[in-house]
Design a protein around this ligand. Structure first.
Ligand SMILES: [Zn+2]
Length: 264
């Protein structure tokens, strides 16, 4: 494991005594600069605001987070004196850069990644927002991680997937979903009862970003560090139960029928 990351990689994570900094570079599809009708703010601005709002936070360092921090710092050969002081809260900061194709310059000291993350805006809210890999990467995603979740997103540090946002009518929806999808870009699986989780909600995750788009938790941050260190997507525990799966499927079909009916 090397200490420095290639400047081409779309995300950089750095640690110092008090702060964990995540730097990401985005390249937007043209329609992301359309104005969101209700707020008259560009979708790109809402997406970034949502990510900053939910990811700029601080945590008391519990055992789980401390273990992830130690392993991460070890993998980077970070000297002891530069490691977080775990007796104090750890600050999380997110910096989002726009790729140079958008005409952004950030001055001498800031170097946005050469290889950005692609962000798109879909035309309708019929399909949920998502982070997915290009088709050519999908087939072996499953075999890499042996998870059905790996079918859509074959995540690595270099290939984090493409984020597609649905054009939600409310600002809070765009913002909180963007923050959730950013979690996928950072290598996190879902915690809510999605079909590929057999409608099983990971226990103890009620207020998690990957469950209800609520807020980033210390465990999720620890998983981000693990994903970064191991170069593997981190999944919440799953369990299959026939009864729950059938009931969930029934609910989902009813919901889709209703949604299709509404848009007719
Ligand atoms: Zn998700």
């Amino acid at each position: 494991m090397t200490m420095t990351r290639s400047p081409r990689e779309p995300v950089r994570i750095t640690l110092d005594k008090q702060t964990l900094t995540i730097e990401a570079t985005f390249r937007y599809g043209a329609s992301c600069f359309n104005l969101h009708p209700a707020s008259q703010i560009a979708y790109a601005d809402l997406i970034e605001a949502g990510i900053r709002r939910k990811w700029t936070t601080s945590f008391e360092v519990d055992e789980r987070l401390q273990r992830a921090l130690d392993r991460f710092a070890d993998s980077r050969n970070l000297p002891k004196k530069n490691r977080p002081d775990v007796t104090r809260p750890l600050q999380v900061e997110v910096k989002i850069y726009r790729h140079s194709v958008h005409g952004m310059t950030y001055g001498e000291t800031v170097k946005p990644a050469a290889k950005p993350i692609h962000i798109r805006l879909s035309r309708t809210t019929l399909l949920p927002s998502r982070v997915g890999s290009p088709l050519w990467r999908r087939a072996w995603g499953f075999f890499r991680v042996f998870q059905i979740e790996g079918l859509g997103l074959n995540w690595t540090r270099k290939e984090r997937g493409i984020m597609t946002m649905a054009p939600y009518p409310h600002v809070w929806q765009v913002e909180s979903v963007a923050a959730h999808e950013f979690g996928h870009l950072m290598g996190l699986g879902d915690a809510y009862g999605a079909i590929y989780r057999f409608y099983y909600e990971a226990p103890g995750t009620d207020n998690y970003l990957m469950r209800n788009n609520r807020r980033l938790s210390a465990e999720e941050l620890a998983m981000v560090l693990d994903a970064e260190r191991t170069n593997k997507m981190q999944f919440f525990p799953k369990s299959f139960e026939k009864k729950r799966f059938k009931a969930g499927l029934k609910r989902e079909i009813a919901r889709i029928k209703k949604q299709v009916g509404d848009t007719k």
